[in-house]
Design a protein around this ligand. Structure first.
Ligand SMILES: Cc1cc2nc3c(=O)[nH]c(=O)nc-3n(C[C@H](O)[C@H](O)[C@H](O)COP(=O)(O)O)c2cc1C
Length: 319
């Protein structure tokens, strides 16, 4: 594990439990950090700036209490959409600065003034990219690491194969890479390191956890699902994203129509955009790894055990 940040000795494995809209929350984040994995949530998952402030206070208080009790929790992270289209960006950024959020996971845009503000209070910014061009722009603007969102990721995803994406990014920068997309176990984490990534993201693997905001029906869909159930489409909200196909069908969305719709044109079941996400679930190609709803700590401990045994196995193989 070679993580080029001063929090490296607080991590048990090189992993970030990825931010997920309407899924991640402070409870998941705190449990992950206390287990030695970076936990995170998106600022935009909160309905108001006041609720975001409460989430930050709850996270800080719990991690400070853990520290006082002799634990060494991992730092937490917040996802911020740093683009003028995010009406809350300014207020949310103010809170991030006020609370000195240790790691900011930025998406869209990549404005250099935002990265500078994060650096000024001692934070680091990891920016979400789906191509080498995005990576170049983010590095120019001052990002500290690049989250390489490959094909197969849950939520808004990239479309490029992870090997090709990591290789292309490495050709344009030597900044640390955090690989995202379809990783579900400790062996995958070790494989990401072998590819040259410093860390990895897991999103889908953390949805069916006791602390998550995902309703039971969503968790059951993940338990039942396989990679072949995942449907890639940009026609639900304009950006490529992976969806659990049976939930699209159940919501009355025509998969044939979706398949032939050009990016930018939106398909809905009833023409009402506010109904668009009701009962429609997102997940990545790693969906098949979910077999039950577990506490975040148990999941992290399982991943740590798998990672250690994968390392031992590989070292023996290489001897
Ligand atoms: C339900 C869901 C919601 C997501 N919401 C966000 C989000 O709000 N912000 C963000 O940066 N990424 C979001 N993502 C993407 C994840 O942060 C991460 O890139 C992805 O889950 C990694 O791929 P995996 O699911 O295959 O592990 C979301 C993913 C899922 C599954």
């Amino acid at each position: 594990m070679t993580i080029p940040f001063d929090f490296a000795d607080r991590l048990k494995i090189p992993l970030i439990a990825a931010p997920m809209f309407l899924v991640s929350n402070p409870k998941m984040t705190i449990a992950a950090c206390r287990a030695g994995v970076i936990g995170s949530y998106p600022a935009h998952s909160t309905r108001t700036r006041e609720i975001f402030a409460q989430w930050l206070l709850e996270t800080e208080a719990a991690l400070a209490a853990a520290e006082n009790a002799g634990e060494k929790p991992a730092p937490y992270a917040v996802n911020l959409v740093v683009h003028p289209s995010n009406a809350r960006m300014e207020g949310d950024l103010e809170l991030v600065i006020k609370h000195k959020v240790p790691i900011v996971l930025t998406s869209k845009g990549a404005p250099d003034d935002v990265f500078k503000m994060i650096h000024d209070y001692g934070g680091v910014a990891f920016h979400d990219v789906a191509s080498a061009r995005h990576a170049e722009k983010a590095v120019e603007a001052g990002a500290d690491a690049l989250i390489a969102v490959a094909g197969g990721a849950g939520g808004h995803c990239g479309t490029i194969n992870p090997f090709a994406l990591v290789s292309e990014i490495k050709r344009v920068t030597d900044k640390p890479i955090i690989l995202a997309g379809g990783l579900t176990n400790g062996q995958d984490l070790l494989a990401a390191e072998a590819m040259g990534a410093a860390m990895a993201y897991m999103g889908t693997r953390f949805i069916a956890t006791e602390e998550s905001l995902a309703p039971r029906e969503y968790c059951d869909a993940l338990i039942a699902g396989k990679a072949t159930d995942i449907f890639l489409s940009a026609a639900l909200d304009g950006a490529p994203a992976n969806w659990y196909a049976p939930s699209l069908v159940k919501a009355g969305i025509d998969l044939d129509e979706l398949a032939v719709t050009r990016p930018g044109k939106i398909v809905t079941s009833d023409g009402q955009s506010k109904q668009r996400y009701k009962g429609i679930w997102s997940a990545g190609h790693g969906i098949g790894a979910t077999t039950e709803v577990v506490p975040v700590r148990a999941l992290c401990e399982q991943l740590i055990g798998e990672y250690q045994s994968a390392r031992r196995g590989l070292l023996q193989q290489l001897d």
